[in-house]
Design a protein around this ligand. Sequence first.
Ligand SMILES: C[S@@+](CC[C@H](N)C(=O)[O-])C[C@H]1O[C@@H](n2cnc3c(N)ncnc32)[C@H](O)[C@@H]1O
Length: 244
Amino acid sequence: MTTDPTSADTGPPEDAPSGGATNARDARRSAQALAFDRIGARYDEAFPHKQEQLAAGEWLAARLEPGSRVLDVGCGTGMPTARQLVDAGLRVTGIDISAGMLDLARAAVPEASFHQADVMDLDETWGHFDGVVAFFSLLMLPRRQIMAALRLLHGLLTPAGLLMLAMVEADLDDVELPFLGSPVRLTGYPHDQLRAVVEATGFEVVEQRHRTYAPEHEDTPAETQQFLYCRRGTQAAPNRSSIT
Ligand SMILES: C[S@@+](CC[C@H](N)C(=O)[O-])C[C@H]1O[C@@H](n2cnc3c(N)ncnc32)[C@H](O)[C@@H]1O
């Protein structure tokens, strides 16, 4: 485990153009998607109270014009966030790697558009977004992919775009843990390191909030949730070599 929050980005990318690495990434993604296919609606049962998440959605909606485009990364069941943002008059595109979660999201929020996609595969063909929400989804990636994903999301935002990010506070990089009865690989940062990572990828952190949450499931302990309210910033996202 490194103590420099940004140094996890200095190794070769897991998705380098070698067949072995690509297969490893595909296998990892399939295992994570399968876990969430199994978890399905139990996710919302285990996390029924999402006041902080709703507060973050409200903050975002209050700053965007009606009809603005918002990307919901790892949208899960679409509840409560895609539902909340659609109800606020925003145009929501949700992505998730789990077909099961997407089925639930399409049923819960038929007004939004949902796609089975990995955040790491997003590119400019998706167009630009006025806001991005990534609530508890980037923590499913290894640290070096989290940095790459943040840079990628920075590039998909309009110049005044906003990013709402939620993670769980922990000092972990891609560790397999039981989560609601299924093994998943999870990553986290101490709160000061998370802020440094977000800033290193070109965002300005406007506000950072924490709260303790006790999920309603015996294998998932109480956690400290971190919410970062971010602006895209005027600088281009630094490239890999400038983050050391
Ligand atoms: C913990 S759930 C959070 C769901 C929702 N954002 C919420 O807060 O209620 C994480 C979601 O991220 C999805 N996910 C995991 N890795 C992903 C990836 N690489 N790209 C897109 N979605 C991913 C999972 O399938 C799961 O639905």
